[in-house]
Design a protein around this ligand. Sequence first.
Ligand SMILES: Nc1nc2c(ncn2[C@@H]2O[C@H](COP(=O)(O)OP(=O)(O)OP(=O)(O)O)[C@@H](O)[C@H]2O)c(=O)[nH]1
Ligand SMILES: [Mg+2]
Length: 167
Amino acid sequence: MMPDRMLKVVLSGDQGVGKSALGYGLAAQDPGVPYLPTIGVEILKVQYRSKKGLLYYIQLWNTAGNVRFRSISSCFARGAFAQIYVFDKSDLGSFQSIAYWMAVTNASQCQLRILYGNCGKGEVEVPYEEAANFANQREMLYFEQSALESKPDSVVFDLIADFSEHY
Ligand SMILES: Nc1nc2c(ncn2[C@@H]2O[C@H](COP(=O)(O)OP(=O)(O)OP(=O)(O)O)[C@@H](O)[C@H]2O)c(=O)[nH]1
Ligand SMILES: [Mg+2]
């Protein structure tokens, strides 16, 4: 079946924040346990039916957070419709890195930016208000959830589809 829309979506953020956990959940793929650190980039293919009934073919670029791959992060972001910046709510440093990730991935070049606070990993160091304010100032939508509980029908794709259908 031909999709109505094809979109590239990129996941970025520090090592170990839960990008792969989120990506596999959104793609309904069982990666096997435990998760291995991503090498370079992995492209997950996802089909999604929006509330308005459009069929999306989403290429989810699950990138590596490890410093070894930083020189290629900007290439992976090229041509993205949406970028999802992931941090771990129990790790302040990963939240402070978001500005860095926005810079290397040319955040202003894509139509939609989502800040995703993974709240599944432990005791909260970054409160909701702080993350939501930061997102607001940087023209991002803010959303928080446990990455391990993400599913293809998650609100993440609804946000992307709603935006795409108004765009
Ligand atoms: N309990 C719990 N563990 C999580 C959650 N999200 C991620 N983890 C764990 O945190 C570890 C790192 O998660 P990944 O998804 O591999 O992190 P990543 O951002 O893809 O890391 P890189 O690929 O190295 O950049 C894994 O052991 C996951 O199982 C969560 O929501 N809850
Ligand atoms: Mg990964």
